[in-house]
Design a protein around this ligand. Sequence first.
Ligand code: ATP
Ligand code: MG
Length: 351
Amino acid sequence: MKQTVLVMFGGKSTEHDVSLVSASSVIRNIPTDKYNILTLGITKDGSWYLYRGDAKNIENGTWQQGDIKKAVLSPDPADGGLLVFTENGTTTRKVDVIFPVLHGKNGEDGTMQGLLELSEIPYVGCGHLSSAVTMDKAFTNLIADFHNIKQAKWLATDRTGYDPSVADQAAEKLGYPIFVKPANAGSSVGISKAHDHAELLAAIDKAFAVDDKIVFEETVVGKEIECAVLGNGDNFASILGEIAPAAEFYDYDAKYVSDSRLFIPARLEPTVAQAVQETAKKVYACMDCRGFSRVDFFITADNEIYFNEINTIPGFTGISMYPKLMEASGTPYPALIDRLLQLAVERKKRR
Ligand SMILES: Nc1ncnc2c1ncn2[C@@H]1O[C@H](COP(=O)(O)OP(=O)(O)OP(=O)(O)O)[C@@H](O)[C@H]1O
Ligand SMILES: [Mg+2]
């Protein structure tokens, strides 16, 4: 019997457009001999629609002009899926497993995972707690510190705790240049690198425009290395990837517009690469991750390993690092999707 998988895409998030591209890749690669596919789109305003049609219209953002019906996921386990609103009332569509291909806010930050938990339908990826914690750079840094995972020196403040002396404290503790980031964002939105006091004040304003909490970090000079991790406890760490950014830092443009160069495998000595893989698994375990996550690092010239961040729903486009790393490690894209869906079902069974 084929299982019905629900792919969720879009979302009220600054990463809405990336989600469209990730989701269309996922849809094209779901093994259709094993799964029926339902697709649910969430608009930039947060409205939900069951969409029937080609994945290319998800990718190019025109799906809303196609066959859509208002629908929501029921939090009531008795419904077991979607409530679809029709002219004659409401119908239910049963769902066996959900793949929320949603990046950033309202998708990757635990809010959606809370609803998915209530529905009792298995879903791909981390639970609500680890999704929320890893979305917040201050909480993530706290937990990494607690577990002695090396990372850049840092400082956090929220809007109410902020006064201009915080900028001086950051400069004293971290030294210039300083990275300033909104605690909750993604895709480098609101992030700047400040080289002096004036730039620091501007960077603080920019980050506060995105979030009420911001994080300051010392600048780590090194290679940017990423590792794909997969599993529900008995975890697998992939071959590493390296990003040689085209811009001064790997910002939104460098990521999605210009062509940053990728190296797979990363240009590291084998013993260093192995240590990075072990650290990636440690981070994944500390953050209580399930299913999959991409763990990102900086590796300095003398091979010191600095944890940077973890993405619980990493980019999944045809050119994204996570699927590329898994492919290089022996799991092609369709098998990867199948594995992620299986992990979702296994996790639900275990509880
Ligand atoms: N402490 C740091 N030292 C050096 N470079 C940094 C530091 N923090 C961030 N960067 C640079 O800025 C980029 C974006 O930072 P970060 O990965 O924290 O943000 P993000 O928006 O959450 O990213 P993503 O799009 O991967 O979710 C990094 O890829 C790196 O190039
Ligand atoms: Mg990053």
